[in-house]
Design a protein. Structure first.
Length: 398
């Protein structure tokens, strides 16, 4: 059994008053300003062969507040500003650890509007959340209850491009415990015709959420394109209409993936997937839209953190493993397998469904790797290490 409770973020919509919306908008702007100032200071220091850490940027923030130009930073809670500096420090840590790109400046129009409050900057009592600098609690839509006796450690307030307000409460959730162990294992082959194909032979249809709203999205984008440039009210209204369509698509996609991943984790002890380079795959102009709509990376992310919660194992095999060209019955490897070939017959007489065969091969090599201890993620966990399968065709087969 797990000794330390899992920390989960519970996200809810809320409806701010005009005064609260104005205060939060000011806070978002100040957070963005402090982040950009600190990033610029660190970049300039780097050109002088100097290193600047969080403590030094915190001292800079104190000095900035004393200037006439940036005196407005004193009008909002200081906690979100300090958290912005901590987030910047984390971004640089990931950059120097070669896990992320160099931090970029936040844009007023494009960057996510959010502010993070720690326990010293909010009060949560009797189901009512009051943030610093506010006289009234937030009007939160409690769509699901928090864990009994939960006490949030941090609160993140955000506003999406569609104008919807959200509050996310990070709490310890003692109800998340490892599930009873089982011998079930499954291989998962992702695709476009079918979102998932399991080694059991089951195929999960691809809902194609973006395609369902494509006409509505195109109409909203045409209306936006006809509006004059700048920050006019009509253009802002048209932009929000486009954002609402995108939000509708993303909400449906996320809900579907949550249901799929929860089911896979509950039913299987071991789940084997491919280590796909989705970022490179979307560079294909003909398939980029369909691949993005399938959200394979989001599927994997959900699968991995839920497996960690519930004591399951996710194995990612080498992306170059020829799962489609290998006969799962006799092990014969075919030289070619064009994309239009969906069923094929091996020399041993076995007729294969391309995707089901791939899923079975993924499961087989994943279980072998798990037993032998070979490196299954050479691109991430063991750079330069040997992968479980050494075949590397000139192009990846789905």
């Amino acid at each position: 059994m797990r000794t330390t409770p899992v920390k989960r973020a519970f996200k809810y919509r809320f409806h701010p008053t005009d005064a609260q919306a104005a205060e939060l908008s000011r806070t978002f702007g100040c957070v963005r300003k402090v982040y950009n100032l600190a990033l610029a200071a660190r970049a300039q220091a780097w050109t002088r062969q100097e290193r600047v850490n969080y403590n030094q940027t915190s001292a800079m923030l104190t000095a900035w507040k004393k200037t006439e130009e940036l005196a407005y930073l004193n009008d909002v809670s200081s906690v979100p500003l300090q958290q912005a500096l901590r987030h910047l420090q984390t971004a640089f840590t990931h950059f120097f650890g070669k896990r992320a790109r160099y931090p970029r400046f936040k844009s007023r129009k494009k960057s996510r509007k959010s502010a993070e409050y720690t326990t010293s900057a909010f009060r949560f009592q009797d189901g009512r959340l009051t943030l610093a600098k506010m006289a009234q609690p937030l009007d939160i839509v409690w769509s699901r209850p928090l864990p009994e006796g939960a006490s949030p450690s941090t609160v993140t307030v955000s506003q999406d491009a569609a104008g919807r307000w959200y509050v996310s409460l990070l709490c310890e959730d003692p109800t998340v415990q490892p599930l009873p162990a089982t011998d079930a294992a499954v291989g998962v082959d992702v695709g476009l015709d079918h979102l998932l194909t399991l080694s059991t032979g089951e195929k999960v249809a691809n809902p194609r959420h973006e395609r369902r709203d494509r006409a509505r999205l195109a109409r909203a984008q045409r209306q936006l394109a006809r509006k004059a440039g700048g920050d006019g009210a009509n253009r802002a209204k048209a932009r929000r209409k486009v954002a609402r369509v995108y939000a509708r698509i993303a909400d449906r996609r996320r809900d579907h993936l949550h249901k799929l991943t929860t089911r896979l984790v509950r039913e299987n002890q071991t789940i084997v997937i491919e280590d796909l380079a989705v970022r490179n795959m979307v560079k294909n102009g003909k398939l980029a839209r369909a691949i993005s709509d399938a959200a394979w990376a989001e599927f994997r992310s959900m699968l991995e953190y839920k497996a960690q919660w519930y004591g399951r194992e996710v194995i990612a095999i080498d992306r170059w493993f020829p799962s489609s060209r290998l006969c799962s019955a006799c092990g014969t490897l075919r030289d070619k397998m064009p994309l239009h070939v969906r069923t094929w017959t091996c020399d041993c007489g076995t007729t294969h469904d391309r995707d089901v065969n791939a899923a079975r091969n993924i499961l087989a090599v994943g279980l072998t790797v798990s037993v032998c201890g070979a490196g299954v993620r050479p691109q991430r966990s063991t750079p330069g290490g040997q992968s479980a399968m050494k075949q590397k065709p000139p192009r990846r087969e789905p």
